[in-house]
Design a protein around this ligand. Structure first.
Ligand SMILES: NC(=O)c1ccc[n+]([C@@H]2O[C@H](COP(=O)([O-])OP(=O)(O)OC[C@H]3O[C@@H](n4cnc5c(N)ncnc54)[C@H](OP(=O)(O)O)[C@@H]3O)[C@@H](O)[C@H]2O)c1
Length: 338
């Protein structure tokens, strides 16, 4: 494996310069079954050596646990890393197992203080609204987020799973550096409206789940059978039962392209996401999630793979054939509100 550092990209017109591939840290504490803390820490260090500088977490990942877990790594490398975290998925006092969406100013102010405390830093580099509460005007929420920038608690603002209309309204209040939404060979709904709006406004795209939550790598086939009982992917319609069986047959073209490049399916799935930057003329910084140093090397290797036109054509039909939605309730995603 190469030790050369990945290229860089700027997050939004006035945003920070980061490695063109970030690291999703959610699985280190949450959602994807048991993790080995030592291996996760080695993954963080290896990522940094490879030029991965954008690290993605959220207060909701293990009710603060993920932010706490990352804190020593961030402190050790504060000037080299760009810390991205999120607010908006609140724990209701009567039921700690549930989450409600809150975009109101009092909640935001509480959430940012809690994240700063858990991360043990003075400032968050990129602060995202994780999900949209349609009962609060987005101008109000972004106005309150902009106060945090003025107060020096946050450097740049981001939004996750917003529609193009919501993005435009938000950007008119304060510059948005990045939209974080699902984007992969399996999930392309944002290409219709969100991606053109981001390109027009000078906002970067940070695709989450660029490996289709691991499905595109072939590392599991049916979440109901292959993954542990607490794994979030068992709740996603496209990863279980008949849908999963249909979707597994869609991986063949990815394997064919991988063979031609002497690469892995994971690398081809990521190379396709990186290619979207050239196609749509905007910065695209995917944040594949892994807890394994070998996989972070493999994934970083995808940042410089170029796909030929005929290979892109082979991959093009995949998304339209995917069976099953990406969430049980699609109003949770921007496509459910477009
Ligand atoms: N804004 C949002 O609403 C939102 C939603 C979901 C996720 N996110 C963020 O986006 C990040 C990435 O998304 P994600 O983790 O859901 O999905 P992903 O990056 O598409 O896939 C992660 C899965 O793929 C596996 N994997 C990674 N590299 C691999 C490789 N080279 N070969 C085989 N398997 C590989 C990982 O397993 P191992 O960990 O065991 O390697 C993990 O199970 C998250 O960590 C989180 O920070 C944001």
């Amino acid at each position: 494996m190469t030790d050369s550092r990945i290229p860089t990209a700027r997050l939004g017109d006035g945003g920070p310069e980061v490695g063109v591939q970030g690291l999703g840290c959610m699985g280190m504490s949450f959602a994807y079954g048991p993790s080995d803390a030592k291996e996760s820490r080695a993954t963080l260090e290896r990522a940094l050596e490879l030029g991965v500088t954008l690290y993605d977490t959220a207060d909701a990942y293990g009710a603060g646990e993920n932010e706490r877990f990352l804190s020593p790594f961030f402190k050790a490398h504060r000037d080299e890393v760009v810390i991205a975290t999120k607010f908006a998925l609140a724990i209701p006092p009567d039921d700690p197992t549930r989450r409600i969406i809150r975009n109101d100013r009092p909640y935001l102010r509480e959430a940012v203080e809690a994240s700063l405390r858990r991360l043990d830093v003075d400032v968050i580099d990129l602060y995202y609204m994780h999900r949209r509460d349609v009962n609060v005007p987005i101008e109000e929420t972004v106005g309150a987020m902009a106060e945090l920038v003025r107060e020096g608690k946050v450097r740049h603002l981001g939004l996750s799973e917003v529609t193009a209309t919501e993005l435009r309204a938000a950007h008119a209040v304060h510059p948005i550096a990045a939209v974080q939404s699902e984007w992969s060979l399996f999930s392309r709904d944002i290409e219709a409206r969100v991606v053109p709006a981001a390109g027009e406004l000078g906002v970067a795209l940070v695709p989450y789940s660029p490996l289709g939550r691991g499905f595109l790598t072939g590392s599991f086939t049916d979440a109901g059978q292959d993954l542990t009982a607490d794994d979030f992917r068992r709740l996603q319609p496209r990863f279980t039962g008949e849908n999963a069986a249909v979707n597994a047959t869609l991986l063949d073209p990815i394997r064919t392209v991988a063979q031609a490049h002497d690469a892995t399916p994971a690398q081809i799935a990521l190379a396709w996401v990186h290619h979207q930057a050239r196609l749509h003329h905007l910065p695209v910084v995917p944040i594949p999630g892994t807890r394994k140093p070998g996989r972070v090397e493999e994934n970083a290797g995808a940042a410089t793979i170029e796909l030929a036109e005929e290979e892109l054509a082979l991959l093009e039909p995949i998304a339209d054939k995917v069976a099953g939605d990406r969430y049980p309730d699609m109003s949770f995603a921007s496509a459910g509100r477009e």
